[in-house]
Ligand binder design. Structure first.
Ligand code: ADP
Ligand code: MG
Length: 693
């Protein structure tokens, strides 16, 4: 629950805590605002502290988000922040970023757009159409004036030059011309919108593609810290904001600038004095803009953050909907989501409120300018400094000039929203995974599947060891079983083997090559994993099995399902192989999911992977089915290495070697018979499992 503590008035940094859950705190530091140099230094400083896992400092909002390990951080986050800030100020390094990058949001936006906008030749047409279209629109007023004057018999000279002498023929000509212009306008305007829209959509599409590619290559830590909801929002909403900016900002800017230029020049030609009087409000306008701009930027940044937060909560809720229902927590969850959405609503209102006040004030300013100009114009007409004709012309040109000047601010609204998204996007686009692919290639068919763990130590949080000094040896073609209490680090061993995480000490070798040096693709293609979760993707059974080898034939899919004892099951499903498994496979039972996940892994094995890694892959199955699978596995795994994590000791009894893991250490190892003879934990567990009916 969000706690709020007001910043101390004497506090030079003005820190206030916005929210805290163990491992994650959000702070607001006033001094950080509009100070990207300090934000950057603080981020670097925080990351160098032990126990800080991730830190984000946003110079627009002044907010700091810290992920830390509660067990390692030996003081409060507040004192950590204060200490870092103090250090920075003592070193007095507030490097002002070079001009141009002084606003990180502008730099990020430019960078994000540049990397994703289509090739230059596609960038030419939209602005061109805007210029032509706007010129046509602007031509309406003078055409109207000319028609009016022609009707009064005061048509312009060029009509006579064209040989049109009679008023009526001049009028017909002008009507024809204006119809032609209107028609051209009618043709061009939709084209103009479409071409901008195409540019915006293409930019958004390219950006999404790049972003998705970047996200997919991130390591597990990234997903752990960001959360699915936030990532989804990044890919959907934030890219859309950028697309919208490209689609609308350029077009609107051209429209407004052209109007201001043309109407401004025409007004100046009529009477510079009148323009001067009409523009007395301009300095006020600039002041208002200066005052409101940072406030609007900030409120959009806050809104963006609140939106992300809401998506994250919603995703969490839907992911655990069964738990929500079983604990009858619907009301609580609705309240929680309601609170998060209320925050979005109030921030959205605040953001739009601030910009409404601003646009109201500016439009009032200009109305005032208009009235002043009208009065002044009247006086000038009376004093014969201005003809009535000029006065009416001025009345034509002044309003579009004013309205363009006032609404040019709308473009900045698009800009703020887009640049706020760009900061978030750039953060992901610029980050590279800590786990990098090595240089050594290993052909999948050439791999023998020998795995060695040498004195491996590891902790998700560097200071809390999950594995300590673990050494293992799996010879090619043999089966190694790992047993032990839950939480002892069994799944972690596989996480390390697949290099989802990096070992802290020691090393892991595949066929004698340290996996750090191997290409990630080679490493992961060699190992076929059935993870403990056994995640299925939304889609059909066939699609899920084919995930193991997209090129496999129907016969191979069926064979893999048979080996996983899943064939009868598939036959009983409506639609058979084409039965939909539902989101995360929720339409199937736990045991059914496991068998399909196993078939998927077996397909990868038949495609050449030489190591089969099973993490409690048969835990949801009855003993009979498990036995059947065990038999077929023996066949499938001829010549393959198998790492098998299991709870039920009967499952692993025939393994070449069994390793007992307790609290991250190997405490016993040997064959089933050897371990029984040792009368250790394994023997005890065996006795319990076999005595218990
Ligand atoms: P086992 O598979 O033997 O039941 P695990 O290897 O899954 O155990 O977990 C070992 C320890 O590591 C547990 O204490 C667990 O809380 C912790 N752990 C597992 N996964 C993560 C993770 N992604 N981030 C942080 N801690 C984790
Ligand atoms: Mg596990």
């Amino acid at each position: 629950m969000a706690r709020r503590r007001k910043g101390d008035q004497q506090d030079p940094w003005q820190l206030s805590l916005l929210s805290a859950i163990p491992g994650r705190e959000r702070w607001e530091i006033k001094a950080l605002r509009k100070n990207p140099g300090l934000a950057q230094n603080l981020e670097t400083g925080l990351l160098s502290e032990s126990g800080v896992l991730r830190a984000r400092c946003n110079p627009v909002t002044g907010r700091v988000l810290i992920f830390y390990s509660p067990s390692t951080l030996n003081r409060s986050v507040e004192s950590l922040l204060r200490n870092c800030l103090k250090n920075i100020s003592e070193r007095a390094v507030f490097p002002r970023l070079p001009a141009g990058s002084s606003a990180p949001h502008t730099a990020s936006l430019a960078r994000v757009i540049k990397s994703s906008i289509p090739a230059r030749n596609q960038q030419i047409l939209p602005p061109l159409l805007s210029v032509v279209g706007q010129a046509l629109t602007l031509s309406r007023a003078p055409t109207f004036m000319i028609i009016f004057k022609t009707a009064r018999g005061e048509g312009p000279r060029f009509l006579r030059t064209l040989g049109l002498v009679k008023t009526s023929s001049q009028l017909w000509f002008m009507l024809g011309l204006s119809t032609l212009l209107s028609f051209a306008n009618f043709i061009i305007q939709p084209y103009r919108k479409r071409s901008w829209s195409r540019l915006g959509q293409a930019t958004q599409h390219n950006l999404r593609t790049d972003l998705l590619a970047k996200i997919e290559t991130q390591d597990m830590t990234f997903f752990d810290t960001y959360g699915t909801g936030r990532i989804v929002r990044l890919v959907t909403q934030d890219t859309e904001n950028i697309g919208e900016f490209v689609e609308r900002a350029g077009d609107e800017l051209i429209e407004k600038v052209m109007t201001i230029a043309v109407c401004g020049i025409l007004m100046l030609l009529i009477s510079p004095k009148l323009v001067l009087v009409g523009s007395v409000s301009l300095p006020f306008f600039l002041l208002i803009s200066r005052f409101y701009k940072p406030r609007i930027a900030e409120s959009y940044a806050r809104l963006g953050e609140a939106n992300s937060n809401f998506s994250q909560k919603l995703e969490n809720n839907l992911g655990g909907i069964a738990e929500v229902k079983s604990f009858t927590a619907e009301d609580r969850e609705v309240a929680r989501l309601h609170e998060a959405d209320a925050q979005v609503t109030s921030l959205a209102l605040k953001a739009s409120g601030t910009s409404t006040i601003q646009s109201q004030l500016t439009s009032d300013m200009f109305a005032m300018g208009f009235i002043l100009a009208a009065g002044q114009g009247g006086r000038m007409v009376a004093a014969e400094e201005l003809t009535t004709d000029e006065y009416f012309r001025a009345a034509f040109w002044f309003p579009p000039l004013l309205s363009s000047l006032t609404t040019i601010e709308d473009v900045t609204k698009l800009y703020h929203r887009a640049s706020d998204s760009a900061i978030r996007l750039a953060e992901v686009l610029d980050s590279s995974p800590q786990i990098q692919s090595g240089p050594v290639q290993l052909k999948v068919e050439a791999a023998r599947g020998e795995i060695v763990f040498e004195n491996v130590s590891f902790g998700y949080d560097p200071d809390v060891k999950v594995l300590e000094n673990v050494s293992l040896h799996l010879r090619p073609g043999e089966t190694l079983a790992i047993v032990g209490p839950t939480g002892s680090g069994k799944s972690t061993l596989l996480n390390l083997l697949l290099r989802f995480f990096e070992v802290d000490e020691g090393q892991i070798l595949l066929d004698g090559i340290p996996i750090k040096d191997l290409e990630l693709r080679s490493l992961r293609s060699t190992i076929s994993l059935v993870s403990q979760e056994g995640h299925l993707f939304e889609g059909t059974v066939r699609e899920n099995v084919l995930f193991g080898n997209p090129l496999a034939s129907e016969a191979q899919v069926i064979k893999a399902l048979r080996q996983a004892s899943a064939l009868d099951l598939i036959k009983s499903l409506p639609g058979g192989l084409d039965a939909a498994v539902g989101e995360r496979g929720h339409r199937l039972s736990g045991g059914e999911r496991q068998r399909i996940a196993l078939a998927r892994a077996l397909l990868k094995i038949s495609d050449g992977a030489s190591v089969l890694a099973l993490d409690e892959a048969t835990s949801h199955l009855d003993s009979e089915t498990e036995l059947a699978i065990k038999r077929s596995l023996r066949q499938v795994s001829i010549g393959k290495s198998v790492i098998m994590i299991a709870h039920r000791l009967a499952t692993v009894r025939s393994a070449n070697k069994i390793v007992v893991l307790e609290s991250g250490r190997v405490t016993e190892e040997g064959t089933h018979e050897e371990l029984l003879a040792r009368k250790g934990l394994y023997a005890t567990l065996w006795q319990i499992q076999n005595d218990d009916p």
